[in-house]
Design a protein. Sequence first.
Length: 825
Amino acid sequence: MLSLKPLGATNNELTYYANLGEAESADYYSEDGARPGRWRGAGAEMLGLSGDVDPLVFRNLLEGKNPDGTKSLVQNQRGVRGRRAGFDLTFSLPKSFSVLWSQASEAERKKLDAVAELAILRTLGVVEELCGKTRRGKGSQVTESAKILFAVFSHDTARGIPGEAPDANRHYHCVMPNVALRVDGTSGSVDARPLFARRMKNALGSLFRAEASMLLREELGVETYRPQKEGRDEPVSWWEVTGVPLGLVKAMSKRRTEIEDWLRRTGLSGARAAEKAALVTRQGKTKHTRRELDVAWREQASVWGFGAQEVTKLFGEARSLSADEKLTGSKNAVARSLSMLLDHQARFTRNELLELAAIEAQCQGIGIDDVADAVEQELTTSREIVRLQDKDRVPSYTTREMVRLEQSTVERATRLAGRRGHAQSHSQVEACLSQHKTLKSEQCEAVRQVTSGGDLVSITGFAGTGKTYMLGVAKELLEASGYKLLGTSLAAKAAKVLEADSGIPSTHLDQLFLDLERRYRTLDDKTVVVVDEAGTVGTRHLASLLQRVEKARAKIVLVGDERQTQAVAAGAPFRKISELVGTTAMTQIVRQQEPWARRVVLDLRAGEAASALSALDRRRRLFIEPEREDALEGLCEEWERIAFSGGGVANTLVMASTILDVRELNRRLQDVMRRHCQLGDYGVEVDGLCIHLGDRVMLTRNNRLLGVENGSTGEITGAWGTRLSVRLDSRFEVEIDVEEFPHLTLAYAQTVHKSQGSTCENALYYIGAMSTDRELSYVAASRARHATYLYTYEAAALDIDGLAGMMSLSRPNEMAIQHTLEGTR
């Protein structure tokens, strides 16, 4: 694991880091004295620095001076506001390594330390290669390579919690002074942009773990493995030492547990939040002798039957992979990583590939050099890799297969749009429209396109503009002419809504493909396929569907809004196809009852969140509370008021962006239901939740035998043993044995992604820290006919301006062909 922190030039920070070598001895009275830091890096050699770090020399370098403090090495010295003194790269070994180290003999500890320090040294070599840059010239426009240096400090313990000895925690502070040495003898500040480039920190951390895992295996014969994610059939991104009990690992992670508890209470997440949690929960250090620490650690481990003898058994004979094995293994790691990346995005950067390849290389006997060489080989020599335009000044890539797929998809879409095999006569269309007096002008035009346009039609409908009602009218007209309509969507829930609101028989895309392969359904020249929520469909899915439509000489109608939630899979073909063949826009919102509420939705779609929030604030629909707990309580109280004063539980939708927030809200809202005596006493446990008679639930997996779809909601009408009876909102009754089908959860709250396509009377949107953006905000604010309420808290949003910034930030999915360089197609 790697954390990265810029260092300010204040006296307190300089003093703290200059004396970092003494910080470890402050944790305990060391019988053999403090361990000073060690100089590393080519820059240290240029300055004649080696061996132990002298605190005075280190401070001089942090202040931008030469080692003896007589000469400035940078233009902006200490005292200039905003100057960075350096950067702290803190590498932490996986917790099981620290547990192993805590029970090892002194000789074994030295071997483990040697492995860790060699992994650190090799990772810092990558930092030097990728991040050893400085700038000079007018406006600092010229970037050139330079030598950098590090002061590396080894620490053994985590910060303790009151009344207990600190846990073992082997980690290394690698402090890089903000000084770069050029080959011509001049010097300047480090150009830190590469260090903070997207995914750089993650890539370096993954490379460090891969190297440490490889060295443990080769040098000490210690095996590692990647544990499975809780409740999921995939491994975590780090390794643990084989043979170290995971229960003991958790027991000796008291500091981590303390930080996680704080994050859970505040609702914050991510690296920055974890750093804040570490500071907020930080306790003053208490001193312990090395002997006291060893005794405490061994007493704790003995409860788990793990000690010195068990440690020794884990050290085996070293076995290095052959060069051919490493080459094959690293190539396979890169190939798997490419596949994983391109499942979810159409283009990628070197750092993204490096990060995933290093994760895949862990526990395989493959280290930094093998991974880096394989990635470089793939990017520079593979005929399959295509260089794209830079992404935030960083080179990006895709594969020729992805380019071919995207090109063939848009070419096929263009051909279909130009083919007119299903056009209805003008008189038929107008006669039908004249019978539907409530249609808006834009809805009428959309019906004309669906029924009279080419064999591919794009309809871009803003949220709440009556797209499914329009499709119902088009269905009536097309069926009268002998056509059959088939609806589909990426999500089963969206397909169900399409069928219910338009009358078009519908199923989700994966099921449609399966039905077509098994010939349960067929496409022919009398078929019109309607794809709802087309903006969520990735390139591979849409390419397959367009191919089938063209072959059958059928027609396809793409209906969606590229500004709503984005495709989870790679690509954004709906947006690109709409640009190429044209689209019919539906912008007249009919869902929201009041003009100002419609304006809010339009503003959020356009990225004008400040205007939207101002309107909500004036009408007391926006609440930025002091603390997270206040925001959660306020939302639950408002939900209670609405739901139990005529609004109804089923028609009052609560949304959040993360699954964790949704789970917490569901528990709280279930408590509200219990207070109102709406739930039965008997409960059935499912995935850590207790489901009662009267609860609102959501099914989270498709099951044709039960006749249910992922996203279907309903009410529990019976509970006995492990069985539940559910009356779905479609009025269909289903009985579920949770031991056979445990795929349901509470449905008082749901993620914004799950809510897309839904309509309700009232909605409440909880916004956690960094958990929203333009697309999510637009979807959340456009669900309700009557009122939408937003709840957040100061640590998440600061104020209205901070919240507006988050809600205006767009994260669109893209196609690779939008960024191809000249001559690469």
